[in-house]
Design a protein around this ligand. Structure first.
Ligand code: ATP
Ligand code: MG
Length: 276
């Protein structure tokens, strides 16, 4: 009879970021299995310790935070102005994005009260600012925000309930907003140093969107205007916008199997499990 790792062994190895391949491993007897577990465990513990060592001795900042700084510099250089908006959001702002009770995203929103939630996205605030700034700033208006977003998620290894979004948007530069969207996404992906491809997608908020994909993982979603939602925000010009998940970017760059390693956490730090 062939044996697989016990559930506890599997759990431990997955915590340490073993690849999915351990699922398929079989052994002739318990001794062989336990020996293999101990070896794998030792290797992975070592890897996690090295990562913590690297944080202390070399990088001194978690990879997500370092990437954030790199991207802010690159976006500033490309003429995008950083903005900072509140983390709490009114139901009215969501409503203007078409997110009301019947919308699938509604169920994922963390409510703080009847009319206030933790923002599930940055787009409503950026939309609002675009409408305001376009009245005082010359065209094109280019802004971006990097900040925490919150969604109740039931899905596994690629979703956090608290994650970092980078959303950049440009208005009034070019009639070919699709081309601008792709150039903007390319700037971010080049800065992060990650190969990618575009994929057409149907979004619950925007209708047709362009996704940035690495293997089969969505890293970003972009949309263009003129768009039917624009009237809610006093916007008439053409625009392009794209929102990236920074933890997804690091996951792709470093080849991590689970996004929890790089999210805000007391169990992991910068990709390393703390109980090693
Ligand atoms: P998915 O289909 O993967 O759930 P989404 O299409 O709902 O993502 P968007 O609303 O397009 O997500 O958000 C833009 C980006 O933010 C995504 O491409 C992804 O990189 C990131 N993102 C969204 N939800 C999460 C989450 N729960 N945890 C981590 N990153 C997320
Ligand atoms: Mg998307």
């Amino acid at each position: 009879m062939k044996l697989a790792f016990t559930v506890t062994q599997q759990q431990r190895l997955i915590e340490l970021d073993a690849s999915g391949d351990i699922d398929g491993l079989v052994f002739n007897n318990e001794q062989e299995r336990d020996l293999s577990f101990r070896e794998l465990n030792r290797e992975l513990v070592q890897k996690n310790k090295q990562r913590l060592h690297r944080l202390r001795e070399e990088t001194m900042r978690p990879a997500v935070r370092e990437l954030e700084s790199l991207l802010i510099q690159a976006l500033n250089k490309a003429g995008f102005v950083e903005v900072a908006t509140p983390t709490t959001m009114s139901a009215g702002m969501l409503g203007k994005m078409g997110i009301t009770r019947k919308h699938p995203l509604w169920e994922q929103v963390y409510w703080l009260g009847k009319n206030t939630c933790l923002r599930p996205m940055l787009a409503p605030n950026l939309y609002y600012l675009l409408g305001r700034l376009s009245k005082t700033w010359p065209s094109p208006v280019r802004i971006f925000e990097v900040g925490q977003c919150f969604r109740k998620e039931s899905k596994g290894a690629r979703h956090l309930s608290e994650f970092t979004m980078l959303n950049m948007v440009e208005m009034g530069n070019s009639a070919d907003s699709q081309k601008r969207l792709e150039e903007m996404a390319d700037l971010v992906m080049k800065t992060a140093g990650i190969d990618y491809r575009f994929e057409g997608e149907n979004s619950e908020v925007y209708g047709n969107t362009t996704d940035v994909m690495v293997d089969d993982v969505e890293i970003a979603s972009g949309a263009t205007g003129p768009h039917p939602l624009d009237v809610n925000w006093d916007i008439a010009d053409s625009w392009a916008g794209v929102g990236f998940g920074l933890e997804r970017l690091i996951m792709a760059k470093e080849g991590f199997n689970n996004i929890r390693r790089v999210g805000r956490s007391l169990i992991y730090l910068d990709g390393a499990r703390l109980n090693v």
